[in-house]
Each structure stands twice: as C-alpha cells, then as structure tokens.
Ligand binder design. Sequence first.
Ligand SMILES: *Cc1c(COP(=O)(O)O)cnc(C)c1O
Length: 420
Amino acid sequence: MKIETKCLHEGYQRKNGDPGALPIVQSTTYVFDSTQHIADLFDMPTEYMYSRFANHTVDAVEKKIAALEGGAAAMCTTSGQAASLLSVLNLCNAGDSIIAISSLYGGTINLFAVSLKKFGIKCIFVDPEATDEELQNALEPNTKLVFGETLANPALNVFDIERFANFAHRNKIPLIVDNTFPTPILCRPIEFGADIVIHSTTKYMDGHALQGGGVIVDSGNFDWTNGKFPEFTEPDESYHGVVYSETFGNIAYIIKARMQLMRDFGCYPAANSAFLLNLGLETLAVRMAKYCENAMTVAEFLKNNENVESVSYPALEGDKYHERAKKYLPNGTSGVISFVIKGGRERATRFMDALKLASREVHVADIRTCVLHPASMTHRQLTDEQLIAAGINAGLIRFSVGLENTDDILDDLKQAFANS
Ligand SMILES: *Cc1c(COP(=O)(O)O)cnc(C)c1O
C-alpha cells in the first residue's frame, strides 16, 4: 500500500460484521476465565491485561503509525515529552550518557539537560553540523544512543540523518530521531538509517489541536545483542527471567519499553485520545500536502518582504538547508516557517499582537494558522548561549501556516506588518 492508503487502511482491521469505524474500547480492564490465564499474562503479557499499558483502540493506532513509519512496532504515550523520555530510559541506566544535537525542541533540551540528570544520565550536546571527528570525540565508553530531530523546532535546520546513523552504527549504538514536524508523510527516518523514531502526536498527527500524545516507533533493525545492551540479553527478573532479544526478536525494544517502562510509569493514552488521533491520521497525507503548499506561498511572500530580515523554510529555493531538504524531505518541509522580523524582540511582540487571523498560542502544526515567539515563550528557559546554539534569534517568529485560504493569511500578515 502507498502511504495515503496506509493512513486509512492500516491499524484497525475490520472483519465480517465489525463496526466500520475504529471502536473506542472504554474499559480499564479485561476479564478471563481462570486464575492461571491471568498468572500466565503476568509472566508474559501477550494479551490485553490492564489499561495502564494496553488497550484495543490505542493498539490499532500504534499499528497504523508503525506502518506509516515503516517500523516493526510502536507504543503510544500521553505526550511527546513522555515518548522522548521513555525512548532514552529504555536504553540508559544511571552512569550512562547520550549524545544529542543542540538544535532540538526546547522541551527536549530541558528534559535532557536538566531532568535526565536526576536519573544519573548525562547528555552531551553536539552541533548538528559537527564533523565526524567531533562526534567521535563526544563519544564516551558508556554512550548509549544518539538523538536528533528531522526538522528542528523552531530553527528548522534539516538533520543529516544518514551521517548521524552511520556514526551511531560505527559505534554500535542506535540513532533516535524526533520526526514530529515532517510526519511520516514527508520523511521516514528509518529509510535513512534511524533505529527508533519518536513523535509528539500533539502536532500534525492529531492535526486539530484536540489532545496531546506521543509515540515511539521501533524500526526492528538494531542488533541489541551486540554486547552494549545487557538488559536485552540478560533475564528480566521482574518477568520471571524473560530475555527480550530472544523472546521478542526484532521488536524487543518496544516490548521492553511497554513491559518495563509503561508498566512502571503508566503514561499510556486513553482510548478516546487514540480514537481522535486516528481521525487525524486518516487525513494526514491530504493535510500535509496542503500545509506544504500554503507554507510555500507564505514563505515566498516573506522572503520578498521589506519587514523581514530572514526566512527559514528549507523547501524554499536558496534556504541554507535546501539541498539537504531535497534528499530527506523531497515533498515539502511542513507548514512551519521561521522568520526574523526587522526591529528585534520589541517589534516581534508588537507584530504578534497585531495579528488578527493567526492565533497566538503555545502550539504549532495546528489546523489553523498560529504563531509563537520562541524567545519569550517555548524557549524562555534557555540561556542566551543555549538560544544561539538552538539557532534562535530574539526576533525569531515561528509561523505555523494552517489550512485557511492563503489570500486571508497574507492579508493578515500585511496588516500586522503595517500596524507594528
Ligand atoms: C511539541 C514537541 C515535542 C513535545 O511534545 P508534547 O506532545 O508537547 O509533549 C517534542 N518534539 C517536538 C519536535 C515538538 O514539536
């Protein structure tokens, strides 16, 4: 199946007489005929057992997203942050380190730089354009993974997935990629060597600004038996000695995440949330194409506008990352544009306040055009140095183009420039 078809037909498999739409299985629990049956599930949870980590509706969505990314299996979480955290905790113990690019989403930077420390895990940040030699120098004996973001939020640099995957694999560790902005419609990182893909489904996947969520997708390609990951090859006593790599083969990573981390942390979405996410996924391919088309019109307008100092939109001819975007994102670079307005922080704030159609909100990739000023909002917690490392100018505006008619979006921009 082509990806547009997968959006509609993967996941929930209808049989004779089944409901046509994905059913919402609203139940915290499941019932069984015998005590032994449940006892067996505690040893090996192969069936739905408890809604803290398994539900029919969520499961259907997990299967759909895994298929869209070209992965072997997936696990949904209640937020993108939870997906990032669990994707790392599934591989790291206290005393380990990870390598991450410095242009990540601000929330991820804080999670890695501040909160991971509480688990005894150190994050070594590297420049996304670091040379292979610099990357090798950042590596420590206990480094367990490399983490990047396909299209950085909000700097919009394009991550060189293949080069970082090669670096990670040379060192027998996996590459995890946050693919939130492109979604699998515009880029499938696994095809370029990523081992694990994560998403904030809160953004384009949900698509309607209805509910938060995240997902971790396992490519099924990484060899966890290479000696670096004993938790995959040694018995897990909390499941009566199961050895993940032996019992679960190429989906060992995602099963381990569910059996250990989701069981213990319980950040699993509700059936209702999964149902809404599925609605978003059904139209994802159509919406992404339209976001790209609308954003190109807006990016071209901004590029030629006297109020604008610079525009970042990798799909745009002449953009710093245009050549790389052609390789990784040949069908477009989403609806998100970043631009630096002339007049710095103050003008940026006045411009934001003058907008009438575009809404000021802490969100991106909404179905409606929305706008945010990273320096005073999402990236407020970063120091000036971190701001620069993340590619953020104080006058930078993140403009998330929605599905309105572009005439109306351009009219709004024009009047806001004139009135700020
Ligand atoms: C929003 C976002 C996240 C965090 O997701 P939440 O669902 O808000 O927790 C992670 N990565 C990227 C690229 C994001 O845009």
